[in-house]
Design a binder for this molecule. Structure first.
Ligand code: CTP
Length: 494
């Protein structure tokens, strides 16, 4: 891309206003960072960073006035100011020269030139500037050949990488995140410095690390990032449980698959089907308990008994440590980890209605996500096996639809509540109430009765009778009292 052609990217009212003000106060001013990089990547960014040799806050205020923007967010402590213009977020900062102490991310900041400012940035591709001063409008400032690196698809630090990473260790995560998102290579020296400086990651807050990890997980092929994180030793710093999946043990001829690479394959498979961060997290964690449940059993080989239950229990600890939310998102991940073997077990047996009904009941609204995870979990190299599993899954999916249409157990509400049981038999809350309710649920899930009020009512009477309970109220009374308009063939489907 020619330098002269940069003008077209800054030919709009916001850049024009910045340029006019930069001319009036006669300060070198540049668009810099991700916005400029994204022009060369053919992407449109709405986050604009402006660097001025002078006060960023003063420039922001003058530009806001010119554009008629009322609100300027000023961060005095950082010497930055931010404006919102339409869906653009424009951040202004004075050019800085920074030096860092070894035990903190907080730099000692002095005023500097645009070159000083570019030197302190993370990667050559992020250190590009476009001049906005009227005298040099549109001129590209590329002191580290960032444009070449972009066209060669290379991530490289502007300075010695040990310095750039030591100054701000979060950049190590960013290097791998960009490599994953953009499918760029990390230049050899820069790559080596990741291992050398891996322990510096400890001074970075977990939230920021997890933020980058989530961006890797949300990439098109997340395995790229996880492999780089593992190879460089960065993953071990914040997610050792995942690293523990790596490796193969062998006893005589028996070995097991490497669960690290298997999990990454599952994650990539899920990523092809869904953009949902939490479904992708379920893929990351589905086998997380394999290392702790691994056992060699003579005559049987390697077993990972109950790893789905142990894995479910490990999820909160991992979420807490990584500062992921401890809410329904976490419970969703737990549920999928716990249930991830169910459809596959189901499809290896005869697919009975009752097993499908139970799966629907347990998975509820997450059944479709669970099926995506389970299909993604088939990573066997044996084609015949894969074909057989996938064919069986097709059958399971078909049955899931049929049974849900018939029995509506996906969001199962028992047709007979504990309240009704207590009223009919004139008893207080007690064990028999729970056991009758439970037996009715089991009978429905087993397909012994339909998910229907009348059938459930008859079963309740039988179960009560077996426990020596006599009905004190008629069915009509219960129906009237609950004001239920139940026609003779209705069920709680409606
Ligand atoms: N930057 C840096 N070191 C960091 C973070 C940011 O040097 N740890 C610089 C880079 O020049 C970067 C710019 O600040 O381009 C803006 O950072 P940010 O908005 O966080 O990222 P972008 O590069 O714009 O990319 P993305 O939006 O994908 O995070």
């Amino acid at each position: 891309m020619q330098v002269s052609s940069m003008q077209q990217y800054i030919n709009n009212k916001v850049f024009r206003a910045i340029s006019e003000v930069a001319g009036q106060i006669n300060r070198p001013t540049y668009a810099i960072g991700g916005f400029v990089r994204d022009i060369f990547l053919g992407r449109v960014s709405t986050d604009i960073d402006i660097v001025v040799q002078g006060s960023g806050i003063e420039l922001a205020q003058l530009v806001a006035k010119k554009l008629g923007v009322k609100r300027v967010n000023v961060f005095k402590r950082f010497g930055t100011a931010q404006l919102k213009v339409g869906d653009w977020e424009v951040e202004f900062v004075g050019a800085r020269k920074e030096s860092y102490s070894s035990d903190s991310r907080k730099p000692i900041v002095e005023d500097g030139t645009i070159e000083d400012d570019q030197r302190r940035r993370d990667f050559t591709m992020n250190a590009l500037g476009i001049s906005l001063h009227p005298h040099t409008l549109g001129q590209l400032i590329d002191p580290f050949n960032g444009v070449d690196d972009i066209s060669n698809r290379i991530i490289r630090t502007p300075l010695d990488p040990n310095q750039t990473f030591s100054d701000d260790p979060l950049r190590m995560m960013r290097a791998i995140r960009f490599a994953t998102q953009l499918r760029f290579d990390i230049e050899a020296n820069t790559y080596r410095a990741l291992s050398v400086n891996k322990e510096r990651l400890k001074i970075i807050s977990v939230e920021r690390i997890t933020d980058e990890l989530n961006k890797i997980i949300l990439s098109k092929k997340p395995s790229i990032g996880f492999m780089l994180l593992e190879e460089t030793g960065l993953l071990e710093q914040f997610f050792p449980e995942f690293v523990a999946l790596k490796g193969v043990d062998k006893v005589k001829k028996h070995n097991h698959k490497d669960n690290f690479y298997h999990t990454l394959q599952v994650l990539d498979n899920v990523a092809e089907k869904s953009d949902d961060l939490w479904l992708r997290w379920a893929a990351v964690l589905h086998d997380i308990a394999k290392p702790v449940t691994k056992k060699y059993v003579k005559g049987q080989g390697w077993t990972f008994h109950a790893h789905e239950f142990v894995g479910k229990k490990m999820v909160p600890g991992i979420f807490r440590k990584l500062k992921l939310p401890l809410n329904e998102k976490m419970r969703y991940v737990q549920k999928l980890v716990q249930l991830h073997l169910r459809p596959i077990i189901l499809s290896s047996d005869d697919v009975t209605d009752s097993a499908v009904r139970r799966l629907l009941f347990d998975a509820g609204d997450h059944i479709d996500d669970l099926m995506i995870l389970c299909e993604a979990d088939i990573t066997s190299k044996n084609d015949a096996k894969v074909k057989r599993y996938l064919a069986n899954f097709k059958l399971v999916r078909k049955k899931l639809i049929e049974i849900e249409e018939k029995d509506a157990v996906r969001n199962f509400q028992p047709p007979i509540s504990g309240e009704i049981i207590m009223q009919v038999f004139g008893i207080a809350p007690s064990k028999p109430v729970g056991s009758i309710k439970d037996s009715i649920k089991e009978a429905i899930l087993d397909g012994k009765i339909s998910n229907d009020f009348h059938e459930a009512y008859d079963l309740m009477l039988q179960l009560g009778n077996a426990q020596g309970l006599k009905p004190q109220k008629s069915k009509e009374f219960i129906l009237n009292q609950a004001n239920l308009q139940v026609s003779s063939d209705s069920s709680n489907k409606e």
